[in-house]
Write a protein that binds this ligand. Structure first.
Ligand code: HEC
Length: 156
C-alpha cells in the first residue's frame, strides 16, 4: 500500500526526473542495488569537496582546486534527484540503505531540501571564486547546514 502511494507521488514529477535519471540509472530497471552505490559515492564526494574547501580556508590548497571542489558540489547537488528515480524502492533493502521511508513519502519536501543545497552551494562557489576566506567560511557553514537540513529529515 505504501509503495502504491509512493508511486503516485513520484508520478507527479515525470519530466524532470526522467530527464535527470537517464545518466545515472539508465532507462529501465531502476533498482536500489544500482542506485545506492551512486548515491553514496555522490554524498561522499560532496563531503570530501567541502572538506577540501575547508582546508583552503585554513591556508592549505590552491584556489583552483577549491573552485573545482565547489563546482563539483553544485553539479552533484543538482544530480541528487536522478539518484532517486521513480521505482527506486529503496525500502526493499533495509539492510543496505539507511534512507528513511519518508524519503519516498514526501517527494516535494525532499526536492525542496535538494534545491536549497543547489542554491547554497552555488553561493559557496561564487564566494570561492571571489576568494575572500571569511566569506567562504561563512558560506561553507551555511552549505553544510543545507546538507544537514536534508539529513535531519530523510536520513536515519
Ligand atoms: C536532498 C537530500 C540530501 C541532501 C541535500 C544531502 N544529502 Fe547526504 N544523504 C541523503 C540521504 C537520504 C542519505 C542516506 C543514504 C543511505 O543511507 O542510503 C545521505 C547520506 C550521506 C552520506 C553517507 C553516505 C554513505 O556512504 O553512507 C554522506 C557522507 C552525505 N550524505 C553527505 C552529504 C553532504 C556533504 C551534503 C551536502 C553537500 C549532503 N549529503 C546533502 C540525502 C541528502
Amino acid at each position: 500500500m505504501f509503495r502504491k502511494h509512493m508511486r503516485l507521488r513520484w508520478a507527479s514529477l515525470p519530466v524532470l526526473l526522467l530527464a535527470l535519471a537517464g545518466s545515472v540509472a539508465g532507462t529501465a530497471g531502476l533498482h536500489a542495488e544500482s542506485i545506492i552505490p551512486a548515491l553514496h559515492a555522490t554524498m561522499r564526494t560532496m563531503r570530501a569537496s567541502l572538506a577540501e574547501i575547508g582546508e583552503f580556508i585554513d591556508g592549505k590548497g590552491e584556489p583552483a582546486a577549491a573552485l573545482e571542489a565547489a563546482t563539483k558540489v553544485v553539479l552533484m547537488a543538482k544530480s541528487i534527484p536522478s539518484l532517486f528515480p521513480p521505482g527506486s524502492e529503496l525500502e526493499e533493502l533495509p539492510g543496505k540503505s539507511g534512507a528513511a521511508p519518508t524519503s519516498w513519502d514526501d517527494v516535494d519536501r525532499f526536492l525542496e531540501a535538494q534545491k536549497h543545497l543547489v542554491i547554497e552551494s552555488g553561493k559557496l562557489r561564487m564566494a570561492v571564486k571571489d576568494g575572500n576566506r571569511e566569506a567562504i567560511a561563512r558560506q561553507l557553514a551555511i552549505t553544510r547546514g543545507a546538507c544537514s537540513a536534508c539529513h535531519d529529515q530523510f536520513r536515519d
